[in-house]
Ligand binder design. Structure first.
Ligand SMILES: Nc1ncnc2c1ncn2[C@@H]1O[C@H](COP(=O)(O)OP(=O)(O)O)[C@@H](O)[C@H]1O
Ligand SMILES: [Mg+2]
Length: 223
């Protein structure tokens, strides 16, 4: 298993009461598979993803990356070297071009990156469907679908094996959604990556290798 969450608990304190968002949640993921976690708005998807991405920490429970507790790895180091994150609203730097956005994580990772970073960035963008002349454009001059592709290329820039995405097609039309799903399938099946997507879209869930449902803080298998 590349990633394992064990007995995660996460709650908000509401006066005297604890309102649990995740209750004894355990889940594990392997490489080469495309996973979805399906849940309605407010079901705790972003919370779960932020714990798996070390953007927040659980009240109890542990998360293991390649059998090592991410707390031991160090949250910042784990984010810098081991994972790629894709957000619904892309979170790109608007005053940077597409290729400059992809270069950002390469400059802060400790992973081994080929010395010609720019070539790597252009190639990644090209692979994801952003050709050279678009790669040199400011990202806020690109369409939503194109910006999401840039965000995917950025998540891949540090050559990680684990990709986490929060509602990555939430702002896209159906055709774009399908293209993004196809990219995730390709990353898992042709490049052996572990791709984890949280979403409220059934369309993505039915096309993933394994789907889970998150409801009232409890995860179950989705049929
Ligand atoms: N700061 C907060 N204080 C109290 N409740 C919160 C806070 N942030 C989020 N929540 C609640 O936690 C629940 C899960 O939120 P979230 O993980 O964002 O769900 P999702 O991504 O599935 O829409 C929601 O019911 C939300 O209202
Ligand atoms: Mg959310």
């Amino acid at each position: 298993m590349i990633l394992e969450a064990k007995d995660l608990n996460y709650y908000y304190q509401d006066g005297e009461q604890r309102r649990y968002i995740l209750k004894d949640t355990s889940i594990s993921f392997e490489k080469g598979k495309f996973y979805t976690i399906l849940g309605q708005s407010g079901s705790g998807k972003t919370t779960l993803l932020s714990l798996l991405s070390a953007l927040d920490s659980p009240h109890s429970g542990e998360i293991l990356f390649n059998d090592e507790d991410i707390k031991k790895i160090g949250y910042e180091k784990y984010r810098r070297n081991n994972i790629g994150i894709i957000f619904q609203s892309y979170n790109l730097i608007p005053t940077f071009t597409a290729v400059e956005n992809v270069l950002v994580p390469m400059t802060i990772t400790e992973n081994e990156i080929p010395s010609d970073k720019e070539t790597v960035a252009y190639n990644l963008l090209d692979y994801i469907g952003i050709v050279k002349n678009k790669a040199d454009r400011l990202v806020n001059k690109l369409s939503g679908g194109e910006q999401q592709r840039v965000a995917i290329a950025r998540a891949l820039a540090t050559n990680v094996e684990l990709i986490l995405a929060d509602e990555p097609t939430g702002n896209l039309d159906e055709e774009m959604e399908q293209e993004i799903i196809d990219i995730f399938k390709r990353l898992a099946h042709e490049h052996g990556k572990c791709v984890i997507v949280v979403t409220h879209s059934n369309e993505i869930a039915v096309q993933s290798d394994q789907a889970f449902r998150l409801k009232k803080g409890v995860l179950s298998s989705y049929e």
